[in-house]
Design a protein around this ligand. Structure first.
Ligand code: SF4
Length: 425
């Protein structure tokens, strides 16, 4: 007997056909995967799981069998008892049943910053995915514990670039380009990692003159990088890199894709010499589902529709949309619409359905007719939240995410460079 998983059911009740789910995993309770061999951070619809990933053990039965009402009562009681000793952060892509307990709701970097505004909290419970909890730990004060309620909440995109394959790529690039700056003082290549990456890769960037970016500030970060380097190595998300550089006027033919499984990433030497941006072969399994055919259909069915997509979508989709921007951009665009408007949004379904509920004066729907939440965000369920909170009340810290001290220093440097590169406003 398991408690009811209400997110998918609610989505169905709001009009989606019951059979239109992108994976049958989503009708199962997340704890059915707790002991699946190999299941860990990043496992998403068959992705390879990095060796050494921490594993989520079986959630105790009392949390698996509790009704939603009982979990609600227990979470609220634990929160009330802990007061300001603990803060709960909720990413926009989390289900409503988690967001309702969050002290802060935002994107990954907003939440990492929010964690810094509560220096007195002994613990930060990050209802998001693994790389976000790592970033919070990098920025947290000494002694503050960062807790990820379910260790299986990884990010398949983040896992598409790991420290070994990026280091190997870097060595090949150094052998090809050398390390000497040009006459303008620009080094051959600057590494740029998207926030959606492991702390080890943020540390790599910090240690190699590089920087972190988010989907909100990718343009400012690329400008920073081009001032200092002849080229950029951008990982793990090819789409954010391509969309941002294209909007800045970089021709597509100067953006080769780097396949880490092939020598020189599968490229000719001359192509790499000419390159301005080397794009890692990574993508988000949620955002790559959006297509230009969906946009055509939305325009045919809803004349005048305003199509906004996330820049993790493929470049033809971004080109066909009216606008592209981060989760924060999308939220602000909807909030700022003065007249009743029809929006077709290309991002994760939980955020889209919440926007639709929040702004009933507008018609808001997801571009993808198939219901496809981020399957790793989905691993955070109230059962896991109740489990870690009640343990903390008893003095136990479960599922703590700790970044190595050596990595923390250089990862922080790359994050600080990003903050300095961020344009005002
Ligand atoms: S939506 Fe995509 S990028 Fe974001 S956590 Fe899920 S898999 Fe990762």
């Amino acid at each position: 007997m398991t408690s009811v998983d209400t997110t998918i059911q609610r989505i169905r009740l709001t009009g989606a056909p019951a059979d239109e789910l992108c994976t049958t995993d989503l009708v199962e309770a997340p704890w059915n995967f707790d002991t699946v061999p190999g299941y860990g951070p990043g496992s998403s619809m068959g992705d390879v799981i990095p060796v050494g990933s921490p594993r989520q053990g079986q959630l105790p039965a009392e949390y698996r069998t509790a009704s939603p009402e009982e979990l609600d009562r227990r979470i609220r009681a634990a929160k009330a008892e802990l007061g300001e000793r603990l803060v709960i952060l909720g990413h926009h892509y989390q289900r409503d049943e988690i967001i309702e307990y969050a002290d802060f709701v935002g994107d990954s970097f907003q939440l990492a910053n929010a964690a810094q505004t509560v220096p007195n909290a002994e613990a930060i419970v990050f209802c998001g995915v693994h790389f976000m909890a790592e970033t919070a730990d990098v920025l947290a004060r000494d002694g503050q514990a960062v807790i990820l309620p379910n260790l299986a909440a990884g990010c398949s995109m983040a896992d598409m670039a790991d420290i070994d394959s990026v280091t190997e790529c870097w060595e090949q690039l150094e052998a090809l380009y050398g390390t000497e700056p040009d006459a303008d003082g620009r080094v051959p290549v600057i590494p740029v990692t998207y926030m959606n990456s492991s702390a080890a890769l943020k540390g790599f960037c910090g240690a190699h003159g590089g920087i972190v970016c988010t989907s909100s500030n990718a343009k400012a970060v690329l400008e920073w990088a081009f001032e200092r380097g002849q080229r950029v190595l951008f990982f793990p998300d090819q789409h954010l890199g391509r969309n941002t550089a294209k909007a800045m006027g970089v021709p597509l033919e100067l953006m080769p894709l780097w396949n880490p499984l092939k020598p020189l990433g599968g490229n000719e030497e001359q192509h790499l010499h000419d390159a301005r941006v080397l794009l890692w072969h990574g993508f988000c399994s949620v955002h790559r589902r959006f297509t230009t055919a969906q946009i055509d259909q939305a325009r045919a069915e809803h004349p005048g529709v305003r199509v906004i997509v996330h820049p993790e979508c493929p470049q033809p989709v971004v080109d066909a949309a009216d606008e592209a921007g981060s989760t924060d951009y999308i939220l602000k665009a909807v909030a700022a619409a003065a007249e009743p408007t029809t929006f077709a949004i290309g991002t994760e379904i939980n955020m889209v359905t919440r926007l639709a509920a929040q702004y009933p004066q507008h018609t808001i729907f997801c571009l993808d007719p198939v219901i496809c939440p981020c399957s790793t965000m989905y691993r955070i369920h109230p059962g896991y939240l109740a489990w870690v909170l009640e343990a903390f009340v008893r003095g136990e810290v479960l599922n703590r995410i700790t970044v190595d001290e050596g990595v923390t220093a250089t990862a922080k440097l790359a994050l600080e460079r990003m903050l300095a590169a961020r344009p005002a406003g």
